[in-house]
Write a protein that binds this ligand. Sequence first.
Ligand SMILES: *Cc1c(COP(=O)(O)O)cnc(C)c1O
Length: 473
Amino acid sequence: MKRDGPASLPSVDRLLNLPRCVRLAERHGRAVLLDTARAVLAERRALLETSPEAAQADPEALAAECEARIEALMRPSLRPVFNLSGTVLHTNLGRALYPQAAIEAAAQAMSRPVNLEYDLDGATRGERDAHVEAWLTRLTGAQAAVVVNNNAAAVYLVLNSLARRREVIVSRGELVEIGGSFRIPDIMASAGCRLREVGTTNRTHAHDYADALGDGTAAIMKVHASNYAIQGFTTAVAESELAAIAEQRGIPLLNDLGSGTLVNLEDYGLPHEPTPREALAQGADIVTFSGDKLLGGPQCGLIVGRKDLIAKIRKNPMKRALRLDKVRLAALEAVLRLYGDPARLAAELPTLRLLTRTRTEIRAVAERLLAPLARALDGHAQARIAECTSQIGSGALPVDSLPSAGIALQAQGKRRGGAADALAQAFRALPVPVIGRLHEGELVLDLRCLDGERDERAFVEQLARLELPPRRT
Ligand SMILES: *Cc1c(COP(=O)(O)O)cnc(C)c1O
């Protein structure tokens, strides 16, 4: 077909009247279609001027291009995935899932006016944290509580409120980095505090703390080594001993627990993780922890401890900048209420339910899924049931792992590594992306977090859409 320059491009009107574009306007509105059509035509015009042979001016092709662009624009960017990575509280996959009660409370708070800062009994202005403070003090034994956007904000606010322009003593064994953007030395600096490091990476003694105390000391801080463990020749100072040193000086002991759980995990057959109640009982004056790690609630940071210190923290003008919105506050209250009945917690709280699933239970899921998976793989990869171990994630109990089961997929072909990558990519390209874990040249799908009949059905149904890379020999 002969092309004769820019003149052969259809007009915007002609393009918009093509049936494909009419349907697009019905689905997505005329405004976005018009913008897209103009942009596509302008690009083609420019291209026709420079390389007329390469430019496609066929109206149907232009309409198809508009459709592709609009569909890409309208597809949600944030969408559900299957977390088969083996990490239950996966920071990059959104950590804890809300329990049903929290979903309902959050939906209410989103769609109706609520008494967020409105005291229904009196004329005084209500405090937004009051909705959760009673639960937090009850569940931790603290005198008072404040909630903020996340635990990083909690640590920042505590340091900035109690130790600005002064020194905070931290053991060198506890200068942690969590996921790159939260590092104790950096958060100290941005909170306006001077970090006073004591001891060594593996050993810190009581006298190291005592020797570092001076007029400029505002606090001693203990940080939970969330994502690593120091083993071998090690010494750390017991919290009660640290508390005694701090108390003698009249300065607070701060304890950043990181994950923090409100129950004894051993009661649920899991390894022990320190609780805020224990930290306070051992003498901490302030304890900080996350809402969306082991607690299993919305993203937030909880600060519990001594009433006078909490009052100071609450008065910091930064509190408003870091405060929690009504939606997450409603969800948090609903989650805390579930902790009122620890006997039902494992059934009601998704995080605990997923963590307490047994290998036998998970293996049964693998057995149900093996045949449909093998069928979908159609000889491109071999599938077998495999025992594996899951992690809690988000810095809780980094060295403990949970016995789990899943399906290991081994791509056929010589270049095993590359083939496993391609397989992982194919699973990520599904309508609900499946996120597995590469392990020794295999793609492992840990089925701990594939929970319930509905999830299993959705997983199997979309396997028909799996587009496998061409077989290599
Ligand atoms: C996870 C963690 C944080 C950061 O908490 P976010 O809720 O992710 O902001 C801070 N300190 C410790 C010890 C942690 O484990």
